[in-house]
Design a protein around this ligand. Structure first.
Ligand code: PBG
Length: 327
């Protein structure tokens, strides 16, 4: 049966009809809001390449997290900006480090908000790499020791989930063992499973002051040309004990999200990264696109591709837009 019996436009004529047959919808429940925490008091330092995003001191971070929670956001993801860096990233696993302190404060002041932490030493190393460096090489197994300690100190501070983003082999299994041995068998792991060596992380590296001092991240992050390899990464992380797997970046990698969705049954998260955020912000500041509608369209597309959760710097704006759309 074809035209004129079939008319695809019949169900598109009214907003209510379109909503009735809509296949995908967004909700504030879908979002995880990434936040940068830094030392000091009363600090809200703008990140110039990410308009609307800040480095927060813990006192103001709590206010921002509370506001997000009021809008219906269920979880935040924390990135730490420490006051000292060294070759082994030791401030990353200091029990009184910036993230450990922030977790403790957040859990006591906004207890119902889920706090997730990024587990990776690049913000804490003076060379900016995600692993221990020797003779210009990034050492895999030695780095696992740092990641174990980092995850354990986050657990001891009361975090709700840890998210390793370093792309060392075997880190999910190592962190799972460490957490189990330390008495945290119920603490979930969200693994950055298919994390690509993307140029879209540039604004984040300004925000976190974590650009590698030499070379690049291509010996550990994935080649943007590959998708079968991503499925192997995803399957390995699930085997090692990941409870949620992540694809990152999001919009240029919708095929990776969709294929991951069809290969594993764990929840899939996608990270709309700093560069994706900043491109939308910049074009809208120039008046070339409408920020709010492009924001919602990109988030909807990420969900449609198969993501259950979306990490996005737009979390608050999107929640606000969705809340007003519903009422
Ligand atoms: C590593 C990490 C990075 C991002 C999240 N975790 C940076 C990198 O791999 O260089 C990027 C996130 C973004 O661009 O928004 N700790």
């Amino acid at each position: 049966m074809a035209f004129p019996r079939q008319r695809m436009r019949r169900l598109r004529q009214h907003e209510s009809m379109r909503r009735l047959v809509r296949e995908t919808s967004l909700s504030p429940d879908d979002f995880i809001y990434p936040l940068f925490v830094t030392v000091g008091q009363n600090q809200q330092i703008p990140i110039s390449s990410m308009p609307g995003q800040f480095r927060w001191s813990i006192d103001l971070l709590v206010k921002e997290a509370f506001e997000a929670h009021q809008l219906g956001i269920l979880a935040i993801m924390l990135f730490g900006i420490p006051d000292r860096k060294d070759a082994r990233g030791t401030s990353a696993y200091d029990p009184d480090g910036i993230v450990q302190q922030a977790v403790r404060t957040l859990k006591s002041q906004v207890p119902d908000l889920l706090v997730i932490t990024d587990v990776c030493i690049d913000e804490y190393t003076d060379h900016g790499h995600c692993g221990i460096v020797k003779d210009g090489r990034i050492l895999n197994d030695e780095t696992l020791e740092c990641l174990r300690s980092m995850a354990r100190t986050h657990a001891e501070a009361g975090v709700d989930m840890v998210a390793p983003s370093d792309m060392m082999d075997g880190r999910v299994g190592a962190i799972r063992d460490e957490l189990d041995q330390a008495g945290f068998p119920d603490l979930p792991i969200m693994a950055y499973a298919a994390k690509y060596a993307s140029s879209l992380y540039a604004p984040f590296r300004e925000a976190a002051d974590s650009s590698p001092a030499f070379g690049d991240r291509r010996t550990y992050q994935m080649d943007p040309a590959n998708v079968r390899e991503a499925i192997r990464e995803v399957e390995l992380d699930v085997e090692e004990g990941a409870d949620i797997v992540m694809v990152k970046p999001a919009l240029p990698y919708l095929d990776v999200i969709a294929q991951s969705r069809s290969h594993v049954s764990v929840p899939i998260a996608a990270y709309q990264v700093s560069g994706e955020y900043s491109m939308i912000k910049a074009a809208s500041q120039k008046g070339w696109i409408d920020e709010s509608s492009v924001m919602l369209e990109t988030l909807l597309s990420i969900k449609r591709a198969g993501a259950d959760l979306i990490l996005t710097y737009f979390a608050k704006d999107a929640a606000q837009a969705l809340n007003s759309y519903r009422t």
